[in-house]
Design a protein around this ligand. Structure first.
Ligand SMILES: O=c1ccn([C@@H]2O[C@H](COP(=O)(O)O)[C@@H](O)[C@H]2O)c(=O)[nH]1
Length: 308
């Protein structure tokens, strides 16, 4: 049962509709200095603004979500954050959901301040969802979970990240025999219990993980990148969205998704940054690239008719 403010549709329901009507693609807004240069822009605030605005204007009417990477805006200080604020507002006004990738995580009282920053509708950085880190303990996220629920927002909690270094923490096995990542996922399943059509509390699970999740024979070998070797099986049936970075520049492809996500593939929100952004600055080329990715993803993460 949702406790969102009356009139505020939960994030999970809004995301489900966006993925069903627009397709599941999330495009990351990551203004790397190398991309600014490739687009013929300066590595400065004006270049940042032009980059972000071009991406939003080209794609806001067709992608399910944007995932701005806060770090690339923060590196320009307050003026960069002001560009981020405008990009978020413009994207939301144009009909796209915004998942702020800021990966916040701290003690509970500080998490409440992060919730004020990103999940309070009166904040200039208000976003539909926020990425958070559970590695100060899942319970430390409680203020953000409560605020998100109250405001119809979502969280994406780091569970199995796309980078190979994540395994030493996330695959660590607890005294009860469960991995750290499996514990995070179990908490999320609890938060999403009973929510329809989809809970609002998602996990970040890298598309690069290959066979790491299934506990199949393949997991003894790890994936093509050597990741996931010997990882314990992990349940992705959290009744919530699975934000999947790693396609494109990090080596994963749409074809990896069914193998990584199995029966949970219908809840996957694949996020691609450089793989789309490298086609700019032409709006048409950005749209064409997003359309190509979306077509491949649609087949890879098609929902089973019984889940609709
Ligand atoms: O496990 C994670 C969590 C977040 N990310 C972020 O996603 C994008 C990936 O960019 P690409 O250019 O598509 O590789 C970037 O913002 C990361 O910080 C991730 O890659 N893996």
């Amino acid at each position: 049962m949702s406790t969102a403010n009356p009139g505020t549709e939960p994030f999970g329901a809004r995301l489900r509709r966006a993925m069903d009507t627009r397709g599941p693609l999330c495009v990351g807004i990551d203004p790397h200095s190398s991309l600014l240069a490739a687009w013929g822009l300066g590595d400065d605030v004006a270049g940042l603004e032009r980059f972000a605005r071009t991406v939003v204007e080209a794609l806001a009417d067709r992608v399910a979500a944007f995932k701005p990477q806060s770090a690339f805006f923060e590196r320009f200080g307050s003026r960069g954050v002001a560009v981020l604020e405008r990009a978020v507002a413009e994207a939301r006004a144009a009909g796209a959901l915004v998942v702020m990738d800021a990966k916040r995580g701290d003690i509970g009282s500080t998490m409440a301040a992060y919730a004020d920053a990103f999940l309070d509708p009166s904040s200039p950085l208000f976003s539909d969802a926020l990425t958070v880190s559970p590695y100060l303990g899942f319970g430390s996220l409680r203020p953000a979970l409560d605020r998100a629920r109250a405001e119809g927002c979502g969280l994406f909690v780091l569970a199995l990240t796309s980078n190979p270094e994540g395994a030493e923490v996330q695959h660590a096995v607890r005294e009860d025999g469960r991995s750290v990542a499996a514990t995070v996922l179990a908490h999320l399943a609890e938060e999403n219990r009973g929510e329809r059509p989809l809970g609002s509390f998602g996990a970040v699970v890298g598309a690069t993980l290959g066979a790491a999740l299934g506990g199949s024979e393949e997991s003894a070998q790890g994936n093509a990148h050597g990741e996931g070797r010997g990882a314990p099986p992990v349940g992705l049936d959290i009744n919530g969205p699975l934000l999947a970075p790693g396609i494109g520049a990090q080596g994963a492809t749409a074809a990896d998704l069914p193998r990584v996500f199995g029966e949970a593939a219908g809840n996957v929100l694949p996020s691609i940054s450089r793989g789309v952004l490298q086609h700019g600055p032409s709006a048409r080329a950005l749209r064409d690239a997003a359309a190509r990715e979306a077509e491949q993803l649609a087949g890879a993460v098609a929902r089973h008719p019984a889940d609709r």
